[in-house]
Design a protein around this ligand. Structure first.
Ligand SMILES: Nc1ncnc2c1ncn2[C@@H]1O[C@H](COP(=O)(O)OP(=O)(O)O)[C@@H](O)[C@H]1O
Ligand SMILES: [Mg+2]
Length: 282
């Protein structure tokens, strides 16, 4: 690996728009079919990325017995003191999990217990993911670090964005999504201003499109894309179709496992690499 890795947040203020499915689908495809080293970080207390990847890596029992309490994102936000009362992070090996079956996929588990933690009142803690990545030079170890965000703007989305170089906005085409994305952009721009972040939108990815050629969809899309804010965030040409198997299929919610969603995710990954490599030479 020659270039520095990049950190990408998958974010939208809405739930159920396909953030997690896109994050896993892209990360798994890049890792298993394009030989990229991927670190997933799950900061969503709903920890859906974690559940899918634990299933893939066959580590569900380990999660219940060990990781939940001792090896998750929560460790980064808890104050760790050494015997000499210095603050210290856990070593990456203490919180990053992996399996020999999928050497390119590493994970920092999410944790439902995050909802009980009172991190909100300590703004400096929201720089912990960024600092952890920097202190242990994780951008030299991974091609891409993908952060799956919760659907509400909170301490955890702040922490994810502060650590990120780019963000991707998975979005369903519907009447209300423009307003949601305008608000999201405002929140992110404010954070960029206050924190001097070097954070860029990589684009919106349309998700769960039933039929892009339907007139109704075309109309909504036209209205959506005529808004200036959308031009600023940019758009992926590739999108994901609504593929029922991804919701209910016997092989779970990993896009590469079903023909139709495999084609979608492949195209998105190719476009992703083109976009991101284009940015590096800017
Ligand atoms: N392309 C798709 N086709 C069909 N179902 C999808 C697709 N993407 C996501 N889903 C389903 O939609 C629901 C919400 O997706 P999810 O990725 O969990 O969204 P979010 O993380 O934004 O809440 C899940 O049940 C998921 O399986
Ligand atoms: Mg999710």
């Amino acid at each position: 690996m020659s270039k520095m890795g990049k950190v990408i947040s998958f974010i939208n203020m809405k739930g159920g728009v396909g953030k997690t499915t896109l994050c896993i689908g892209m990360g798994e495809y890049l890792a298993n079919y394009m030989d990229k080293k991927i670190l997933f970080i799950d900061v969503d207390p709903q920890f859906n990325t974690t559940q899918t990847l634990l299933d893939l890596l066959n580590l569900e029992d380990e999660y219940m017995n060990e990781y939940r309490d001792n090896k998750s994102i929560r460790k980064l936000f808890q104050t760790q003191e050494t015997i000499s009362h210095k603050l210290a992070f856990p070593e990456p090996s203490e919180i990053i999990i992996s399996s020999n079956d999928y050497p390119n996929i590493h994970l920092i588990c999410g944790n439902i217990d995050l909802i009980f933690d009172d991190n909100q009142n300590d703004g400096s803690k929201s720089r912990r993911i960024k600092k952890f990545i920097k202190d242990f030079a994780l951008k030299e170890k991974y091609d891409y670090i993908f952060i799956d965000c919760p659907p509400t703007i909170s301490f955890y989305t702040d922490a994810a964005l502060k650590a990120s170089d780019f963000y991707i906005v998975p979005n369903r085409i519907d009447r209300y999504s423009i307003l949601g994305i305008k608000l999201l952009k405002q929140v992110i721009d404010r954070l960029k201003f206050d924190e001097d972040l070097n954070l860029h939108p990589l684009g919106i990815v349309y998700t769960m499109v039933d039929n892009m050629n339907r007139q109704k969809v075309q109309k909504l899309r036209e209205t959506f894309e005529s808004s200036d804010i959308i031009k600023e965030i940019d758009l992926f040409d590739s999108f994901t179709h609504l593929v029922n198997d991804l919701t209910v299929g016997y092989q779970g919610n990993i896009a590469s496992r079903y023909k139709k969603s495999e084609d979608d995710i492949k195209n998105i990954c190719i476009e992703f690499l083109t976009k991101i490599e284009g940015r590096e030479t800017e």
